[in-house]
Design a protein. Structure first.
Length: 251
């Protein structure tokens, strides 16, 4: 029995030490926040949240420290978490108000407008939220107008780039056409040279053809003379045959 009491006492002491640990971190984090040491306060509050018992939500304190140290993304997430865990509509409206403030710092004016609207639905009497909503709408309109002013310049830049691309395309086409013409000219020159070389190598040149015709005429004349000689010879032989007598004697 004594042993059981001892173990129970140790457990209770451990729980008490655990409870004091996260509460001490929370207290230290708040003190650092008041001193303006927002980076240290943020880290300390995060550590307190890690070791705090289940059900303990330090999102509001963490969001405030993150907002003050300029981490608006983390502040927004922390405030959204705090809004989802808020117990009353007024408390929830306050958290959505803080979400809108973080979005304003991020220049997310459209998101800030929606967050402030949520806050006013939960607490319509909050004049500060109403003022912030009006400011968010004004900045959103200004942002949209600036974007519209930049749009014509962007369109002009696109048109200039398109014209530049078109001009480059035309210049490239001209270069391609010139290159094609040059290739055609080179090919024609090459063909002419080939024809000239082919004419020089032809074995039957005009002079040679004339020589052949002359040889044919000479040969033809020789044949005619030879035939004429043969005809005369036959005529002579015929005359000699007529001079013979019937007795076969020649006079």
């Amino acid at each position: 029995m004594t042993r059981f009491v001892t173990i129970l006492s140790l457990l209770l002491m451990g729980l008490n030490t655990y409870s004091q640990s996260w509460q001490d971190s929370l207290r230290k984090g708040k003190d650092l926040y008041k001193e303006g040491k927002y980076d240290q306060a943020y880290s300390t509050l995060l550590e307190a949240q890690k070791i705090a018992p289940q059900g303990v939500d330090l999102s509001k304190d963490i969001g405030n420290a993150a907002y003050r140290k300029g981490d608006y993304k983390m502040a927004r997430s922390a405030f959204e978490s705090a809004a989802s865990n808020a117990e009353t509509s007024v408390d929830q409206a306050e958290k959505w108000h803080n979400v809108g403030n973080a979005q304003m710092k991020q220049k997310d004016y459209s998101g800030a407008v929606e967050s402030y609207k949520k806050a006013l639905r939960l607490d319509p009497s909050n004049e500060k939220t109403r003022y912030n909503l009006a400011e968010a709408k004004r900045r959103l309109q200004q942002q949209q107008e600036e974007q519209q002013k930049k749009q014509p310049n962007k369109d002009q830049q696109n048109q200039d780039q398109q014209n530049k691309n078109q001009q480059q395309g035309q210049e490239q086409n001209q270069q391609d056409q010139q290159q094609q013409n040059q290739n055609t000219q080179n090919q024609n020159t090459q063909d002419q040279n080939t024809q000239q070389n082919s004419g020089q190598q032809d074995p039957q040149t005009p002079s040679e053809k004339l020589s052949d015709k002359k040889s044919e005429r000479l040969l033809e004349e020789l044949l005619k003379k030879e035939m004429e000689t043969k005809r005369k010879m036959r005529g002579f032989e015929s005359q000699e045959g007529k001079g013979e007598s019937k007795t076969g004697k020649k006079w």
